[in-house]
Design a protein around this ligand. Sequence first.
Ligand code: PHE
Length: 382
Amino acid sequence: VVLSLRTFSTDQKAKDPYDNIPDSILSITQRKIYKQDGHPLSTLIEKIEGFFGQGQISDLHIPGEKFKVFSDFPPLVKVKECFDDLGIPEDHVSRRITDTYYKSRDTCLRPHTSVHQIPLMRAGNNAFICVGDVYRKDTVDKTHYPAFHQMEGVRTYDLKTLGVGNVAEAKLIAERDLKQVLENLARLVFGDVEMRWIDAYFPFTEPSIELEIFYNNEWLEVLGCGVIHDKVMTRAGKDITNEVGWAFGLGLERWAMKLFDISDIRLFWSQDPRFITQFKQGHITKFKPYSRFPTCYKDLAFWVPPHFNENEFFQIVRHVSGDLAETVECIDKFTHPKTGRESQCFRINYRHMDRSLTNEEVDQFQVKLRQLVASELQCELR
Ligand code: PHE
């Protein structure tokens, strides 16, 4: 069964055939929670921006020099800029329609803020940070949500500023500076934590590394970074015989979840006043969980079609009920003794973050779910 991975053409007008962005995601692009006063993401961003806006952030840092801040670029970007120009190959998994939200063949919701590196360097910026909402198709659970936030940072230098005669040496200095800057940043935000650097791979940096910190008794990967790849420098209009640079990208929710003790990533999007009123702009305080609204579960059983893939079912559940489906689990499997057909029964737990769901509401999801499962998976319901 080949499931149409586009947004099940139920309630839409003529859409671009490449468009796989559901309305629920489109509306999220309007929320701008990272700019909301008092929101933990906003406080964290302010803190990091403060770091890059003042003081000596590394030995190489020129006193008074500030990183320019960009935080208003819309998330809809060119596919070429967010993949091809950064050296991400055509067949890379992140480019599949199951992983990225495409608006058309040439445009998508940015899956990372790295998309802005080249255009910003090209425009003449040599020290900047860039913040924004990013989007990746993903399972939904406590630590994954299809929308989250990243901060990108870039710094470039010429050989004269570094006082060295060749590029190889300059790259070593840039890497040392990168590590120093990010260790200082991590210490400012997380306190006096143990840190370690791990080799990594990104097509747009060489070498590529990741920073891990030891926080609350566990090693936590906090960012990816590296020395900007020559091909990227060249595309940004830099003279690679005279200039080098570094770049990093960090996931803000990961940091904020640890700092504010927010154990479920979906809470960042909550509109329940019991969430936002706990926080005050500029203050990092621990979140106190409030009692959650009850779950309501419904079961659905069907004769599974040949080559059935559970993910296809999960995707339909997600399509019908968005975030409200908290968990989906197979609770029973049964093979008919005569026909040999297999039946599976799934239990879907529905829960709203901000209010109680009514039984009628949930029944409506279930009606739609039954229709779509029957038509998209071409299977017989029980
Ligand atoms: N864009 C990378 C990611 O999303 C992070 C990164 C940014 C790595 C800049 C290196 C340099 O995982």
